[in-house]
Design a protein. Structure first.
Length: 510
């Protein structure tokens, strides 16, 4: 296969995650990882042969950790574990999140701390490459011993039970495996536990949302610059000396972007000596707000990048010493906190964007026709497009409440503090989706506002972004249905098209 991604449990990136989840980049286990998996498996086999009492290998789980299981029933123990833990409910994960979860679980197993057999890992990778996607309900994890219920539904598919999506339809896992000439595995000692212990659902959902969030924060600099120029704002507040005096890295990066984007604008030159002293905060403080979002994303990225290459099993197999040690790497607190920070950051990015849109459509603030329509009264223009942005921004405020501050004891008190990491991740992903659309509304409104300033034009870089919008959404000369156009622009916002097109003129945007 070309463009093959070799996973080794140590070097996966967010770009890799998106490539596999969204573009179906093929995956293979590296030779070094395969050797590490084989060595760890020998430790498990030795423990079973020696009748050692090891949690999850020769004992029950959770509150049943003190119940020793006879060797002849260890296969049954692992299958029972997977079946009983496949108790998720709610809407299934989408394809991208499912593929990301499968990749992350394979990468964790490839580290060689799980004790799984190589053939079981190979089946998971083969299913990923063949597009056989387990149906994984999105609800049911508290992020304690990791994402037990979601990962159990993943494991269920490997033994030929449950359901998979394949070939455009949902079918039994056994049928989907047969259709791709794959066969189910019979789980041996520890393998069920190795498949379901970990933070891969919360990390997959957060990781994909975070990768898009980086494109959104760059795009916000573009839509914000468009709005500022359309409102005849000043770029004085982006002077590098101001930001050097308060040296937050994100703030400085955003200010550099804004200076590049606005450079050479005839609109700016047209009002340079107008006597206006300073702009409203949503324009003047873009570097401070967008920059704080960037710094928050840096924290989340650092955390998630560590987690996608971390061993999150219990017990962990240490092949060098031949030991199986019980610990708590499955606890989702690091990811839960990162996801909560991501949700808060996206809520703020959407909030300031919505306020800029309000300024664009409000004639008392913009000096432009009300709601950016040439025939106000007869036509409503972008009145309700702004309301949509306001609704999404307000929803984000609710979603920004942190999930990680909650905890609920489970497993008869054995798991007495939990992370709620999946709840945090799903909320963060929704705030990203909401903010994508808020920025789309701002882009549409700013481009429409520029129509009323012609023949004056914005800067060369912003003209490129304007052209990207106009290639999909013509100017509003009369009322028409807005929903499809908002979604169309939201798609290019999500992909980072506006920032890419602008940076082709201005130079690379940070």
């Amino acid at each position: 296969m070309t463009n093959l991604l070799s996973i080794d449990g140590a070097s996966l990136t967010l770009d890799d995650l998106e490539a596999v989840a969204l573009a179906r980049r093929p995956v293979a286990v590296s030779p070094a990882a395969r050797e590490a998996v084989t060595r760890a498996r020998r430790v498990v086999d030795d423990a079973v042969a020696q009748h050692s009492v090891v949690y999850g290998v020769t004992t029950g789980f959770g509150n049943f950790a003190d119940v020793v299981i006879p060797v002849e029933r260890l296969r049954e123990l692992q299958l029972n574990l997977v079946r009983s833990h496949a108790a998720g409910v709610g809407d299934p994960l989408g394809e991208a999140d499912t593929r990301a979860l499968m990749l992350l679980r394979a990468n964790v197993l490839a580290k060689g701390y799980s004790g799984i057999r190589p053939e079981t890992l190979d089946l998971l990778v083969a299913m990923l490459n063949a597009g056989v996607h387990p149906v994984i309900p999105s609800q049911g994890s508290v992020g304690a011993s990791g994402d037990l219920a979601p990962l159990a539904h993943l494991a269920l598919a490997l033994v030929g039970e449950g359901q998979c999506a394949y070939g455009g339809r949902t079918q039994s896992s056994a049928d989907a495996l047969r259709a791709t000439s794959l066969g189910p595995v019979v789980l041996e000692a520890k393998e069920g536990l190795a498949l379901i212990n970990g933070t891969q659902m919360m990390t997959a959902v957060t990781g994909l949302a975070l990768a898009e969030a980086w494109r959104l924060v760059r795009t916000a600099d573009v839509t914000g610059a468009l709005a500022l120029d359309a409102l005849k704002g000043t770029d004085v507040a982006f002077d590098p000396r101001i930001h050097a005096a308060r040296p937050h890295p994100g703030q400085a990066a955003s200010a550099r972007n804004l200076r590049k984007l606005l450079a050479g604008s005839p609109i700016r030159e047209s009002h340079r000596d107008c006597g206006k002293v300073q702009d409203a905060y949503t324009l003047r403080c873009m570097p401070q707000v967008h920059g704080a979002v960037r710094d928050a994303l840096e924290f989340a990225t650092r955390t998630v990048t560590i987690e996608i290459n971390a061993a999150t099993d219990n017990p962990m197999v240490f092949a060098d010493s031949g030991e199986l040690l019980s610990g708590g790497n499955f606890h989702g607190e690091p990811v839960a906190l990162a996801a909560d920070v991501l949700a808060i950051a996206m809520a703020e990015l959407g909030s300031i964007s919505e306020r800029r849109t309000d300024r664009l459509v409000n004639p008392a603030l913009s000096g432009l026709p009300a709601f950016l329509t040439p025939e106000g009264g007869l036509q409503s223009g972008l009145m309700i497009a702004h309301v949509t942005a306001a609704a999404l921004a307000s929803e984000n405020k609710v979603l920004a409440h942190p999930a990680s501050v909650d905890s609920i004891p489970t497993s008869a008190g054995k798991e007495d503090h939990v992370s709620m990491g999946v709840t945090a991740a799903l909320k963060a992903a929704r705030t990203v989706a909401n903010t994508r659309r808020i920025l789309a509304v701002e882009a549409i409104a700013a481009c429409q506002a520029l129509e009323f300033l012609k023949p004056l034009e914005t800067s060369p870089a912003l003209r490129a972004a304007y052209a990207a919008v106009r290639a999909r959404v013509p100017p509003y000369d009369r009322d028409r249905i807005l929903s499809p156009e908002i979604e169309t622009v939201a798609t290019i916002v999500s992909k980072g098209t506006l920032a890419e097109d602008a940076s082709a003129v201005s130079g690379t945007l940070e």
